[in-house]
Design a protein around this ligand. Structure first.
Ligand SMILES: Cc1cc2nc3c(=O)[nH]c(=O)nc-3n(C[C@H](O)[C@H](O)[C@H](O)COP(=O)(O)OP(=O)(O)OC[C@H]3O[C@@H](n4cnc5c(N)ncnc54)[C@H](O)[C@@H]3O)c2cc1C
Length: 388
């Protein structure tokens, strides 16, 4: 993308100088700013919309450690060591949210750590979940198997074969969490500044151009997740914009002890602090259509979400759906987050590619990025450079 002369409202104005410019005012961008602040850096955060206007303000608010994917699948896909590291990353992430923001800064973000369930809709899935739970227990991860009666009593749900409870998981109001991170990150925020071009000058200074202003800094961080390929061609085959759908009902009496995943972690639901029930997922019904950066509701999927609630929760039959929305996730080429500098551009960093689970990873991933930027640490197998 480019900024045409005609639209350049910054014309004749001196660019804003900073030590680091972060593009993206979601959980990744503001968390990165937060972890850089102790280094006394002058940090600017830019967003084309407002705070949390991307996936961060459009997700389901699960803060997940163990349930990104059934653990046995994580192990076969990434190997036992990396599966354990990923679990540890998420575990550190929820600890940081709790200790630093909720307890440390008093964030009022409806944070609760009651665990999450993964429920089986078939006997086959229950078998897989039990295997995963056994493997996790061997590795010292706190998980237990639950039966149909437990699910009916604790979740008010029926027609599940059983499931597992990941005790370390939690939930949050994502926008409120990020408002707290932003309030304590010490950065200057420029909302409604869409970055149209990133240029690296001969002396390695990076110029970041929006229609309204230009910014100059030695380093830029792309915290643009699913939107990254619109801004830089390197991301075209690294982070794919992928749409997800959600609906939220009117408030009902308390019925769910904790948030739930089901159907191999593709679908998910939880009862919010005000009693409303949120459900998302079912993108498997229209995988080819649910790509790109337009956050439009998909009628067939929205209908399926509603039908699912009616099938499994008697208490929700006849209840009004009060919100429907879609949001854009950044699915990475290998399912793992990207942390660090781009291979050809040591001044351009990325933190993103969370593949639908950034609330459960981004605070810690951003801390790892700050370690890379400030202390030359390595993000190991999550380094962006692994993708060439
Ligand atoms: C429907 C749905 C449900 C989800 N549920 C969960 C869940 O329950 N738990 C979980 O862990 N994760 C969930 N996720 C994923 C999670 O929301 C994301 O992984 C996370 O929010 C990513 O945060 P981010 O800051 O990296 O990206 P984003 O929040 O997408 O932020 C990127 C920001 O960059 C800005 N931007 C983009 N391009 C430009 C530009 N050119 N100039 C300026 N600004 C720009 C955007 O406006 C946006 O604000 C879900 C996502 C969706 C869509």
């Amino acid at each position: 993308m480019t900024v045409p002369y005609w639209l350049d409202k910054s014309f004749g104005e001196a660019p804003v100088e900073a030590d680091v410019v972060i593009i993206g005012g979601g959980i990744s961008g503001f968390s990165t700013a937060y972890w850089l602040k102790d280094a006394g850096m002058d940090v600017v955060v830019l967003d084309k919309g407002d705070l949390a206007s991307g996936a961060t303000g459009r997700n389901a608010g699960f803060v997940t450690c163990g349930s990104v994917e059934h653990y046995t699948r994580q192990v076969s896909r990434h190997g036992p060591d990396l599966a354990r590291q990923l679990w540890q990353l998420s575990q550190d992430n929820i600890r940081l949210i709790r200790e630093v923001f909720v307890e440390g800064h008093g964030a009022q973000c409806d944070f609760r750590q009651r665990g999450t369930y993964s429920l089986a809709g078939t006997a086959h899935e229950l078998g897989e979940l039990k295997d995963a739970a056994a493997l996790m227990q061997q590795r010292g991860i706190d998980v237990s198997v639950v039966d149909e009666a437990h699910i009916a009593k604790e979740l008010g749900a029926r027609e599940f074969f059983g499931g597992v409870l990941y005790h370390d998981d939690g939930e949050v109001h994502p926008r409120k969490l990020v408002e707290s991170i932003a309030a304590h990150c010490g950065a200057t925020f420029y909302p409604h500044h869409e970055v149209r071009a990133i240029e690296v000058e001969d002396d390695d200074t990076v110029v970041i151009r929006t229609h309204r202003r230009a910014f100059r800094a030695p380093f830029v961080v792309m915290a643009t997740n699913g939107y990254s390929s619109l801004l830089h061609p390197w991301f075209e085959d690294k982070i794919y914009p992928t749409r997800g759908q959600i609906l939220v009902t009117e408030p009902v009496a308390p019925m769910m002890a904790a948030p739930c995943y089901c159907n191999f972690v593709l679908d998910y639901f939880r009862q919010l602090a005000d009693g409303r029930v949120l459900i998302g997922g079912f993108r498997q019904l229209a995988r080819e259509a649910e790509v790109g950066v337009a956050d439009v509701p998909h009628p067939e999927i929205q209908q399926a979400l509603e039908a699912f609630l009616h099938q499994h929760f008697e208490a929700l039959r006849g209840k009004k759906v009060e919100y429907r929305w879609a949001g854009i996730m950044g699915f990475s080429a290998d399912g793992l987050p990207l942390i660090g500098a781009l291979p050809q551009h040591p001044q351009i960093y990325v933190v993103g590619g969370f593949t639908g689970h950034g609330i459960g990873m981004a605070v810690r991933a951003a801390q790892m990025l700050a370690g890379v930027m400030l202390h030359g640490e390595s993000a190991g197998p999550l380094s962006a450079r692994r993708l060439g």
